[in-house]
Design a protein around this ligand. Structure first.
Ligand code: HEM
Length: 446
């Protein structure tokens, strides 16, 4: 069938469904899915888009599409003007090469060395939270995750600059959805472009300094490992490429992880039963030892809890885009070249066919014997799948487990506004910034 017959709404000619992007941070996709079913058309910033929902769609789009779909043509129209061309906007051989050169910093031995710094930054940060009457959770989680990104990814002790850098990243993000692309200090787009220039200049100086100092092979941070890596021809990533990667990486690393941590704090505040369960597990696993990487792997129940955060909130956002290079068939429709194709972890995760009672937050669904994510490996895709699957997944999960372990062991907290134990939230990004918390140091149990 031709795409004209696909259900959905393309909005007004030339304008698309502008109101939706402005009015709803979930882009109205969940309501569209419930209205039209798992294949529907929509429009994003004036581009026609086929939205494909469910594990089969996730598999075809994220894993099997090959050259038919392009990440560059999917993300480029929205983010290239502020992020340049990091690996998320690359395709084919270029993407494989960049990813191969950057991968060592995100796995195994390198990841294990990051644990101590993460603990140190969280401990210091949480102590300062007890001194505030009301902690704006998301904002504060962002700051700590940013300090971690700056220290571990860039190898820089730049805490004095953190607030400025955080403002630049906020401007960058606001610029990705700017409807008017007018330069100048008065527009979101202009402020994003300025922030990009500032970040590029700062990161360019950091890279040059690291190259000047040498000794990159022995680095204890990701940047050193990126600069030391060479391909089969002995060629490293060029400096401009490294800077683009860093601008994007520190952004991806801090914003998503902070969002996941914010929701974990909100949900735990509303669920004393889970708080105690996770505390019990922590005590059994660590005993009187200081927390280390081996302990984190044994925190199985905390793993279920974090999977439910991934499912329910999709902390990376509601949608993953690809651009159609060659006509792409799905669900009996032929989607033409030039269109966008989107899959939505956020909406897939709300499918009753995959997850029982999907609008309810329930970590138990990942415990045996239910293990609802096991029925299809493409059911839970909060970190994506296929060649572009999140390279920082291990880094993020380690950071989240460390933060929660320290908070559960040493602190109690309440969150306002208090939530009902079970609250389906359709547009998580909108509500996230409202929460404030009060933290008190726990007294050791007798
Ligand atoms: C809870 C935290 C996080 C979530 C939910 C998340 C989610 C995602 C998702 C869904 C993608 C796939 C995008 C696509 O297919 O178009 C992705 C890609 C990526 N993520 Fe993450 N992410 C998280 C944390 C991190 C961290 C901590 C880092 C770095 C330290 C990171 C670095 C990246 C990079 C570089 C890519 C692009 C990979 C590629 O294109 O090959 N992310 N992430």
């Amino acid at each position: 069938m031709q795409v004209e017959q696909m259900p959905g709404d393309l909005g007004l000619p030339g304008l698309g469904r502008l109101w939706q992007v402005v009015a709803t941070e979930g882009f109205g996709m969940l309501s569209d899915y419930r209205r039209y079913g798992p294949v529907f058309k929509s429009s994003f910033l004036g581009r026609h888009c086929a939205v494909l929902i469910g594990p089969q769609a996730n598999r075809r789009v994220l894993i099997e599409a090959g050259d038919q779909l392009s990440s560059y043509e999917g993300w480029g129209p929205f983010t290239e003007h502020v992020f340049g061309q990091p690996m998320m906007l690359q395709d084919g051989e270029r993407h494989r090469r960049t990813r191969r050169l950057m991968a060592p910093a995100f796995h195994g031995a390198a990841i294990a060395t990051y644990s101590r710094t993460m603990q140190q930054i969280f401990k210091q940060g949480f102590t300062s939270w007890t001194e505030q009457r009301s902690v704006p959770i998301h904002q504060e989680c962002r700051k700590l995750a940013l300090v971690i990104g700056i220290r571990l990814l860039l190898g820089v002790e730049a805490e004095a600059q953190v607030e400025q850098i955080e403002r630049w990243y906020s401007a960058l993000l606001a610029g990705t959805t700017a409807l008017l692309r007018l330069e100048g200090p008065l527009t979101a787009y202009g402020r994003a472009r300025f922030a990009r220039e500032q970040l590029q200049a700062l990161l360019g100086r950091i890279v040059a300094e690291r190259q000047r100092r040498g000794g990159l092979e022995d680095s204890a941070d990701a940047l050193g490992l990126f600069l030391a890596a060479v391909d089969e021809q002995g060629e490293p990533l060029d400096r401009a490429q490294v800077v683009d990667e860093l601008v994007h990486l520190v952004n991806g690393a801090h914003f998503t992880t902070a969002t996941a941590l914010t929701w974990a704090l909100v949900e735990l505040a509303a669920r004393p039963g889970w708080r105690e369960r996770l505390r019990g597990e922590l005590e059994r696993v660590t005993g009187s030892e200081p927390l280390d990487v081996a302990h984190l792997r044994q925190l199985v129940q905390m793993g279920w809890f974090l999977k439910e955060i991934e499912r329910f909130y999709s902390p990376a956002g509601a949608i993953l885009f690809r651009g159609v290079r060659q006509p792409f068939e799905f669900g009996g429709y032929v989607i033409p070249a030039g269109w966008l194709v989107a899959v939505s972890p956020f909406v897939s995760h709300r499918m009753a066919e995959l997850f029982a009672d999907p609008d309810h937050f329930e970590p138990e669904r990942f415990a045996p014997p239910r293990e609802e994510d096991r029925q299809d490996p493409l059911a839970l895709v909060g970190f994506g799948a296929g060649p572009h699957v999140c390279i920082g997944r291990e880094f993020a999960l380690m950071e989240l487990k460390i933060a929660l372990a320290i908070l559960l062991r040493d602190y109690d907290w309440t969150v306002a506004p208090a939530e009902q134990a079970v609250t389906p939230r359709l547009f998580p990004a909108r509500t996230r910034d409202r929460y404030r918390a009060r933290f008190v140091k726990r007294t050791a149990p007798n």
